[in-house]
Design a protein around this ligand. Structure first.
Ligand code: ADP
Ligand code: NI
Length: 221
């Protein structure tokens, strides 16, 4: 019985992986397959350390961006597609609901973001946020900024914690400024103790990076 369940779960995770790879291959917005890969790897580690249900965590991590509005011209249709896929995947109904709840809470846009209700959701959200900080996070900021045509740094723009909506839309933003807008705040948002420990290390790395960056900017190092 245990063996059968394990085999079934493995097949579902493999099918989910194939679905996501197929879908993200055509993506150019920076939400590539390797982001999903890293979030899955980090999710597995945190789930093991925190005693979360690894199947639900891994399935939610794999599928967390497939219905995202940045990837889909019609997000509602993508959401329906995801629901149909899950219903037909052989995943028990309660776990389907759990995975869908995690994904919708993670992609919640706007103010009053609801907190993650379950440990599994907290784990996957932490893993996604961890991918925005540290060495990988630094790489992603510059990749995203370049894609948007924004400068690396402009001392007259930084350091500003809050931009107005108009400034933001006018593209008056830099890669370095994004550290202050978002990345340096993520450490405080970790749900689980183990992720907080990982975030601490990645956060310190970013602080060191910024110190070196400003020194080089002035020709001091
Ligand atoms: P998520 O993967 O959680 O949906 P986003 O789509 O908001 O994250 O961002 C994807 C990546 O692009 C992240 O690593 C983020 O730091 C980076 N990014 C998002 N907005 C900006 C910005 N204004 N300037 C620079 N980088 C950004
Ligand atoms: Ni993500």
């Amino acid at each position: 019985q245990e063996m059968d369940q394990g085999q079934g779960q493995k097949r579902i995770l493999q099918a989910a992986e194939a679905l996501v790879k197929e879908k993200l291959e055509r993506d150019s917005s920076g939400h590539d397959w390797w982001h999903i890969y890293r979030v899955v790897q980090t999710t597995k580690r945190i789930a093991a350390m925190e005693g979360a249900d690894s199947f639900v965590c891994e399935l939610a991590a794999l599928l967390h961006d497939v219905a995202d509005e940045k990837l889909n011209p019609d997000p509602a249709a993508a959401q329906r597609e995801l629901e149909h896929w899950l219903a037909a995947s052989g995943t028990p109904a309660a776990q389907v609901q759990h995975v869908l709840e995690i994904i919708s809470t993670m992609s919640f846009k706007g103010g009053a973001r609801p907190p993650m209700r379950t440990l599994e959701g907290q784990v996957v959200q932490d893993a996604d946020r961890l991918d925005a900080i540290g060495a990988v996070g630094i790489s992603r900021v510059f990749a995203y900024s370049g894609w948007k045509g924004r400068p690396i740094h402009d001392p007259s723009v930084t350091v500003r914690e809050h931009m107005t909506e108009a400034e933001y839309r006018s593209g008056n933003d830099t890669a370095i400024n994004h550290f202050y807008e978002k990345l340096l705040k993520l450490k405080e948002l970790m749900n689980t103790a183990y992720a907080r420990k990982m975030a601490e290390e990645r956060h310190n790395f970013m602080e060191q990076y910024l110190t070196q960056f400003y020194a080089e900017w002035e020709g001091e190092k």
